[in-house]
Design a protein around this ligand. Structure first.
Ligand code: BDR
Ligand code: CA
Length: 312
């Protein structure tokens, strides 16, 4: 039986590959719906991009919802400098024709979880965690329904990518991330400590291009655009591909290594706002609330994406 998941996202070129990876894996994953949130670009663009990606994958029947247009407490910060004006620059996708679902994404998440069995739905978070933070506050009775929350965000050993201390997703809505890591359900974190080991190589990008399909062309175009920023920033041989690690972890947990540790989120200091403080060495008696992943088999990860995108 395939595992029911909800994707919460702000596409974003790396979100896009995560969405395509999930849509290409119906045997393992039952994608109940996609909820867009403001993050990389404002909400009207992220929800549009999510619909365009479902159409690209030939899955216009996928339910796409619009969630929150700004973080719980702080003003919205966006990342056009990374993703371009549209969020999916380089992809050249046509304007989608499939309809956005009329219900608010947070209400749909609550309704879907309330109807689900206990311990059954996995929440896959590729973005600031506003929608989930809001759902947990509005209807805490949904919590037992959650099997696991797997999120891309944070960074401890690698530091931050939007401030010296904070990773973008957690920085944009630290209050939501704080609610999520303390929610009491199993939480797995894929931080920059992992994704900075998952660097796209030219050879792999060329293989994506050689898929010779609309998905291959769009993925190649958007990733070529997306990596220019990180190549300049890090001076590495390839840019990190963050969000698909969440789906890869569900499909192939054997590609990852980590351990349970306490994670807390800084929500007070402006200097370190949104920092994910990991008690990796167990120097406090705070409970181990998060499965903190630290290593990835990068070759296996990129091979998995290539194989799955070829199915679309
Ligand atoms: C995260 O921030 C966004 O820019 C990416 O889509 C990813 O979710 C990486 O820090
Ligand atoms: Ca994202």
């Amino acid at each position: 039986m395939s595992r029911p998941i909800i994707i919460d996202t702000d596409p974003g070129q790396d979100d896009a590959i995560g969405i395509l990876l999930a849509l290409a894996s119906p045997e393992e994953l039952d994608l109940l719906g996609i909820v867009a949130v403001a993050g990389n670009v404002p909400l009207d663009l992220t929800e549009r991009n999510a619909r365009a990606l479902c159409e690209l994958a030939g899955k216009p029947e996928t339910k796409v919802f619009q969630g929150c247009s700004r973080p719980l407490v702080r003003p919205l910060v966006t990342a056009e400098h990374v993703h371009g004006k549209t969020g999916l620059d380089g992809s050249n996708l046509p304007e989608p024709t499939m309809q956005l679902q009329p219900q608010h994404g947070v209400d749909w998440i609550i309704e879907t979880l309330l109807e689900a069995d206990d311990d059954s739905v996995t929440l896959c978070l590729f973005a600031p965690q506003t929608n989930i933070g809001m759902a947990f506050s509005k209807a805490p009775e949904v919590l037992p329904k959650v099997k696991e929350i797997v999120f891309m965000g944070g960074g401890f050993f690698e530091g931050g990518n939007i401030t010296p201390a904070a990773e973008f997703n957690v920085y944009v809505d630290p209050h939501a991330a704080h609610r999520v890591v303390h929610c009491g359900r199993p939480v797995t974190m894929l931080s920059l400590d992992v994704t900075h080991q998952a660097l796209m190589q030219r050879n792999w990008l060329n293989q994506i291009k050689e898929l010779n399909s609309p998905v291959g062309d769009a993925a190649y175009g958007m990733l070529s655009f997306y990596e220019r920023h990180d190549l300049e920033k890090y001076g590495n041989s390839g840019g990190p591909l963050h969000d698909p690690t969440v789906i890869a972890y569900l499909l192939r947990p054997d590609l990852f290594e980590g351990k349970k540790a306490n994670v807390d989120i800084e929500i007070q200091s402006e200097l370190t706002m949104g920092m994910t403080v990991v008690d990796w060495w167990g120097v406090t008696d705070r409970p181990a609330n998060v499965n903190v992943l630290r290593n990835i088999d990068a070759d296996g990860f990129f091979q998995l994406i290539l194989e799955r995108l070829a199915r679309l």
